[in-house]
Design a protein around this ligand. Structure first.
Ligand SMILES: NC(=O)c1ccc[n+]([C@@H]2O[C@H](COP(=O)([O-])OP(=O)(O)OC[C@H]3O[C@@H](n4cnc5c(N)ncnc54)[C@H](O)[C@@H]3O)[C@@H](O)[C@H]2O)c1
Length: 451
């Protein structure tokens, strides 16, 4: 590797780009770099994923295997678990998980382990970018010291300290804004925020990403980029909590919150609609805000909006189960022993992702209260054992009319587009709708309970 590599080097064609962590974020990113003509090496500790990728097979529903095969054949894409190969790379992008632990505190073990795998292979002139969502300071305070263990340096410096501070390697943070299942905005159309630990690192990362996205948004530091990603997700989390709380009040007041939101949305400025639901789901919105709350404690600062939003959103599955019990009660039935069909276990419409899905919590609460629970989800033919739940004996049931009619209550937890809700309402005894998915169902409305 040259010792005098300039940030502009990353404007070059056919760079060698490693992506560590081939999940919902890393795999599309890897394929996008391959599409742009670079040579991509996808690394993952999960050897089953590596084997599938090298056979040209996919494991994420919305990422077609044909794309993987095409880039394998053109030799622009390969997968491995051999981290020693990092030493051959120009750029190393890190897309590993950043969950919460049992005490709902940041679990940075994946990021830390990854930095430890990079460190012995790190070469002069390489660019390392963290993409995993995390609290401000992670790139500088956690990743940088580990990478510097072998003697190469990437000092923290602001633009005021000079735009050409000498560095041995480049280090930056660039948050991923992937929205699985969103057909309108793919990776290439979504602007990418980039912040370096020092100005040369910021310029190097900006040069690289400018090759795969329509717009790069450079910011003054890695910490700013880390905070920007959290602001985006906290904004969603707090607004969803607000609308969930207003839904609870509206239900009590006999007002249709969805009609209210549609009406308010006609304001051409200063309003953005958020929709109530059965609770937060996915790897991001229920998790990321608590990375900032945790970090804020170091500064004797309490993030009250985040805590309050967490409280309101966490209560939603409990509210749904109470609403199911009340609806059964109105029909002279008890929740204990009731046969309940959950429609949709994915955390959101049309995705094959179960992480933090509120449907799983609703099922757990129903089982604890003695209900008999079954589910349907076209994206999950069967469920499995998870950290918090054991649904290893549950399989998605077929939605045959006579089968649906046999349930005391059908609960729409996730409104997948494939559901024929008119037909389901037609045969169901009662439908509890947590998403206003039945808004266009005109017949048998007396069977529908919005909650
Ligand atoms: N999923 C989303 O929609 C989304 C959107 C924006 C940001 N993010 C953030 O991106 C990051 C990754 O999320 P994801 O949804 O892609 O996660 P994921 O679980 O789908 O994928 C992570 C991958 O990393 C691998 N991995 C774990 N430890 C590793 C290690 N030490 N070395 C190599 N590979 C390792 C896992 O095997 C897995 O394949 C998280 O920080 C998340 O918050 C996710």
């Amino acid at each position: 590797m040259p010792t005098d590599r300039k940030p502009e080097y990353f404007k070059g064609a056919t760079l060698k780009v490693a992506i560590i962590g081939c999940g919902y974020v890393g795999l599309p990113l890897a394929l996008r770099f391959a599409e742009a003509g670079h040579r991509v090496l996808a690394l993952d500790v999960d050897s089953a994923k590596v084997d599938m990728l090298n056979r040209g097979q996919g494991y994420i529903e919305h990422i077609p295997a044909t794309k993987i095969k095409q880039h394998l054949l053109s030799k622009h894409f390969a997968a491995t678990s051999d981290f020693a190969r990092l030493s051959e790379m120009d750029a190393i992008l890190v897309c590993v998980p950043t969950p919460l632990d049992e005490r709902r505190e940041p679990d940075l073990t994946y990021v830390e382990q990854t930095a430890r795998s990079i460190a012995p292979n790190l070469q002069r002139g390489q660019l390392v970018v963290l993409e995993s969502t995390t609290y401000p300071g992670t790139t500088e305070e956690l990743v940088r010291p580990i990478l510097e263990q072998n003697g190469l340096r990437c000092p923290i410096a602001s633009a005021a300290q000079g735009s050409d501070v000498p560095v041995d390697f480049f280090l930056a943070f660039s948050p991923e804004r992937e929205d699985p299942g969103n057909k309108q905005y793919g990776l290439a159309q979504i602007p990418k925020i980039v912040g370096g630990v020092n100005p040369p690192s910021g310029r190097a990362a900006a040069a690289l990403y400018a090759q795969i996205v329509a717009r790069v948004v450079p910011v003054s530091s890695a910490r700013t980029a880390e905070m920007a990603k959290l602001l985006e997700n906290i904004f969603r989390c707090v607004n969803i909590a607000l609308v969930n709380e207003l839904k609870l009040l509206s239900l009590r007041m006999g007002i249709d919150i969805w009609e209210v939101i549609d009406a308010a949305s006609t304001k051409p400025f200063g309003f953005m609609p958020f929709y109530p639901g059965p609770g937060l789901g996915g790897h991001c919105i229920p998790v990321d805000p608590f990375y900032l709350s945790w970090k804020a404690r170091e500064y004797d600062f309490s993030t009250r909006f985040i805590e309050l939003a967490g409280e309101v959103n966490t209560a939603m599955p409990y509210h749904i189960v109470d609403a199911i019990a009340a609806a059964l009660n109105d029909r002279q039935k008890a929740l204990k022993g009731a046969r309940i069909l959950i429609l949709g276990v994915a955390y959101k419409k049309d995705v094959d992702d179960l992480r933090e899905s509120p449907a799983l919590m609703i099922m757990q609460l129903l089982l604890e209260r003695g209900a008999q629970v079954q589910y349907n989800d076209p994206h999950f033919p069967r469920l499995h054992r998870m950290r918090r739940y054991d649904y290893s004996n549950l399989q998605s049931i077929e939605l045959r009319p006579e089968k649906v009619a046999g349930f005391d209550c059908v609960v729409i937890a996730t409104d997948h587009s494939t559901y024929d809700l008119q037909a389901i309402v037609e045969v169901a005894q009662m439908v509890v709708d947590t998403r206003n998915a039945t808004r266009r169902v005109a017949r048998h409305r007396h069977k529908i309970v919005l909650c």
